[in-house]
Design a protein around this ligand. Structure first.
Ligand SMILES: *Cc1c(COP(=O)(O)O)cnc(C)c1O
Length: 392
């Protein structure tokens, strides 16, 4: 059997055993509804409260400011639509960036159809927004700035604290999608001037379909789900206790191990970048050289089609992701790679390898070796490459 090497941790992560162990009892003997008064109900309520405390602690928030959701996408939807509709009397203008996750971009596009105006900020070649451009785009009608903490494709980390400062000087709410940042960057919502923050369990070795939205006390936001009184009547529905327990455990592990995790990933990441850049020609690293997630690597290989590269990697047991993959089935390259100014043909040859806690140095060696062979083979089929080589 070929080796299986998983390097798509930005798409999802395997669940950790400690997390699964913490969840298991809540599927079986501890099945109670957290709203019930008898013992099994109280056990669920206690687990719910404890998880809320863990999530709050991990970002420097108060437990009552944490609302559990069905994942990162729901948290993004809620933050943006919730603020938009609750503050319509104040204004109808929202500022975001061109490189947001679809959960933010498509929510903003929806709001445009509902009469809101959205400014999509450009980013530079590294994927950073420009703070002066942000200041200049603020109007009297601006009610929300939503900028992601760290990008899921190229790993670039934004100047979140400064963005929050600008927002607060103008009395504007600041939401950040921190789904990729949690567990990789130390986050304190007070120090970073964040009013709302989205996070998700399955990107930090927890279960899928559960996340949370931090809503600073006093922020005016509409409820997301109408129904029972769960989540202070703002997000109705019987709580997903096993999932919430898993999120609590996962975020606790992630924040407790942050430094160890980061130094390990940084070492692996730098080895992967250095080895690939020194062994393969016509390759570029996308994203910021320093201001990037410790596990993120995003390359563009010239004269290669990203999809062909992915399929070839899969045949030798390597799971990565392509910047040119598009869920809609269109052939458009990634909106993020377009926004940082890559020409189409280079964006099409992109590969994201996102490292996680379960990767090791041998994985890197195996990937670099196979990548070299595959890139070479695919390029032999490229007339453009032949031409460049011929001229060399
Ligand atoms: C994965 C991801 C999401 C979506 O989270 P889900 O829990 O899968 O809904 C949102 N934003 C970013 C940056 C992500 O990486």
């Amino acid at each position: 059997m070929t080796r299986q090497i998983y390097m798509d941790n930005a798409a999802t992560t395997p669940i950790k055993k400690e997390v699964l162990d913490a969840m298991m009892p809540y599927f079986t003997e501890k099945f109670g509804n957290a709203s019930s008064v008898y013992r099994v109900g109280r056990e669920s309520k206690k687990a719910l409260d404890e998880s809320r405390e863990k999530v709050a602690k991990s970002i420097g928030a108060k437990p009552k400011e944490i609302y559990f959701t069905g994942g990162g996408s729901e948290a993004d939807n809620w933050a943006i639509k919730g603020v938009a509709f609750a503050n319509r009397n104040k204004g109808n203008h929202i500022i975001t960036s061109k490189i947001e996750h679809p959960a933010v971009l498509n929510t903003c596009e929806y709001l445009e159809k509902e009469g809101f105006e959205v400014t999509y900020l450009d980013v530079d070649e590294y994927g950073l927004i420009n703070l002066d451009e942000l200041k200049n785009s603020i109007k009297d009608e601006t009610i929300l700035i939503t900028i992601m903490f760290a990008n899921n494709e190229i790993g670039t980390i934004q100047p979140v604290k400064e963005i929050g400062e600008i927002a607060h000087q103008k009395g504007i709410y600041f939401h950040t999608d921190a789904v990729q940042a949690i567990g990789n960057v130390a986050i304190n919502v007070e120090e970073l001037n964040i009013d709302m923050l989205s996070l998700s369990a399955h990107k930090i070795y927890g279960p899928k379909g559960v996340g949370a939205l931090y809503i600073r006390q006093g922020v005016k936001v509409h409820p997301y789900m109408h129904g029972g009184a769960q989540e202070k009547s703002r997000r109705a529905g019987t709580e997903n206790i096993p999932g919430i327990v898993g999120l609590g455990k996962a975020i606790e592990l992630a924040t407790n191990n942050l430094e160890e995790h980061n130094s390990k990933l940084l070492k692996l990441r730098n080895k992967l970048i250095n080895d690939v850049m020194s062994k393969i020609d016509y390759v570029r690293l996308n994203g910021h050289p320093e201001k990037r997630l410790p596990g993120n690597v995003n390359f563009s290989f010239e004269f290669i089609e990203g999809e062909a590269l992915l399929l070839s990697l899969d045949m030798v047991g390597i799971a990565g992701s392509s910047g040119s993959a598009c869920s809609s089935g269109s052939l458009d390259p990634s909106h993020v790679l377009m926004a940082i100014g890559l020409p189409h043909e280079i964006a099409h040859g992109s590969l994201r390898l996102s490292l996680g806690d379960f990767n090791n140095e041998e994985d890197i060696d195996y990937v670099v070796e196979n990548l070299g062979i595959i890139v070479n083979r695919l390029r032999q089929m490229s007339p453009l490459y032949e031409k460049v080589r011929g001229n060399a």
